[in-house]
Design a protein around this ligand. Structure first.
Ligand code: PGA
Length: 231
C-alpha cells in the first residue's frame, strides 16, 4: 500500500542512542526528530527519510533559538512540519507566522507537511477549517500549493491533549473531503493513530497517509504499525 507515514517524535526520545534505535526501525517513514538528533541520524542508512518539526520564519540570522532552512537542507532534511497545533495553540504561533514558515519551506525546496485542524468538533468546524486553510496558504500560487501535503489533525484527537480520542474514520473522511474541496492536494490524518487503528484510516482512498506522534516513539508499537501498513 503506497501510503505516507510521518513520525512526529515531538520532544522524544531523551537520548541519542534511543533516537538511533528508533530511526533504524522506521523504514519507509518520514521521521521528524528533535533538531539535535538530525545530524547523527542523517548518517544512518535505514530507509527512513528525514523531516524537521519546524523551520525559522525568515533567513535573517538574528533569531535566538531558531534553525534555518539552509541548516536543515545541509542535514539532508526533505520534509518540514508547518503549523503543528502544539505550536499554534501552546506557543501562540499565529497564522501569519505559519504562513511565513510555509513560504520559506518552499523557497528551500522542502515538502511542507501543513497541519490543519479544529480545536473543537461542533457545527462550526467547516468554517474554522476554511479560515485556517485560507490564512495558512495565503499568497501561495496553485503550483506552490501542489507541492504541499496537508495533515488533518483535529486538536481534540491528539494524544497529548486531555481526554483525546482518535477521530472516527467516518468523521475524519468528512473533514478530509471538505479540505480537499478547498485545496485538492494529498491529505494525511493525524491524531492518536496507532497500530490498531492505522488500517482504518489508510484503507480510505481519500486519506493519503498518517502523521503519528506517540505511537512513533515506541519501537515495538511503531514496528507493528509499519507492519500493518505494509500488509
Ligand atoms: P499523536 O500525535 O499521534 O500522539 O496523537 C499526533 C501529532 O500531534 O502529530
Amino acid at each position: 500500500m503506497n501510503k505516507i507515514i510521518v513520525a512526529n517524535w515531538k520532544m522524544n526520545p531523551s537520548t541519542l542512542k534511543e533516537a538511533e534505535e528508533l530511526f533504524r526501525v522506521s523504514t519507509n517513514a518520514i521521521v521528524c526528530p528533535p533538531f539535535v538528533y538530525l545530524e547523527e541520524l542523517s548518517k544512518i542508512k535505514s530507509g527512513a527519510i528525514l523531516g524537521a518539526q519546524d523551520i525559522a520564519f525568515s533567513d535573517e540570522p538574528g533569531q535566538t533559538g531558531e534553525v534555518s532552512g539552509e541548516m536543515l537542507r545541509q542535514l539532508g532534511v526533505k520534509y518540514v512540519i508547518i503549523g503543528h497545533s502544539e505550536r499554534r495553540w501552546r506557543l501562540g504561533e499565529s497564522d501569519e507566522i505559519v504562513n511565513k514558515k510555509l513560504k520559506l519551506a518552499l523557497v528551500h525546496n522542502f515538502t511542507p507537511i501543513v497541519c490543519i485542524g479544529e480545536k473543537v468538533r461542533d457545527e462550526s468546524f467547516r468554517g474554522f477549517l476554511k479560515g485556517q486553510i485560507d490564512s495558512t496558504f495565503d499568497g501561495l500560487s496553485g503550483e506552490q500549493i501542489k507541492k504541499c501535503l496537508i495533515a488533518y489533525e483535529p486538536v481534540w484527537a491528539i494524544s497529548t491533549n486531555p481526554g483525546a480520542e482518535p477521530d472516527t474514520p467516518e468523521t475524519a473522511l468528512e473533514s478530509v473531503n471538505f479540505i480537499k474541496s478547498i485545496v485538492n492536494i494529498k491529505v494525511l490524518y493525524g491524531g492518536s493513530v496507532d497500530s490498531k487503528n492505522v488500517k482504518d484510516f489508510i484503507s480510505l482512498p481519500e486519506i493519503s497517509g498518517v502523521l503519528v506522534g506517540g505511537a512513533s516513539v515506541s519501537k515495538e508499537e511503531f514496528i507493528n504499525l509499519l507492519n500493518e501498513v505494509s500488509k
